[in-house]
Design a protein around this ligand. Structure first.
Ligand SMILES: [Zn+2]
Ligand SMILES: [Zn+2]
Ligand SMILES: [Zn+2]
Length: 107
């Protein structure tokens, strides 16, 4: 099983992005995966079927073994780093970081 396959398993059914270890992954009894970003603080019900969501322990274990996606993925970096510290290190020199700062400055 390769990384893309693994990431597709922890894909959020709401925003269809893979959940990240910082946000965590939740699921409902009907197996709708939802990432932590899409779970509202005051309402932890599934947005599809309104059943209560709970944290997915298997995903938590996966996160600890998965390569970490560069935080600038949305800006065109598809690097996968070996763990949080490697990602931290990479983000300092990431080329997509430049695009990111350009976008922010134009706001
Ligand atoms: Zn989501
Ligand atoms: Zn559901
Ligand atoms: Zn990067």
């Amino acid at each position: 099983m390769d990384v893309d396959e693994l990431l597709s398993l922890i894909k959020c059914s709401s925003c269809s992005k893979p959940a990240s270890s910082t946000d965590g992954l939740y699921h409902c009894p009907d197996a709708h995966e939802t990432c932590g970003k899409c779970v509202k603080d005051d309402d932890d019900r599934c947005q599809k079927c309104e059943k209560p969501l709970e944290r997915c322990p298997l995903a938590e274990r996966l996160f600890s073994r998965l390569p970490v996606q560069c935080r600038f993925y949305d800006f065109g970096c598809s690097n996968l780093l070996k763990g949080k510290e490697a990602e931290e290190e990479h983000s300092k020199t990431c080329k997509a970081r430049y695009v990111n700062s350009l976008l922010w400055n134009s706001h």
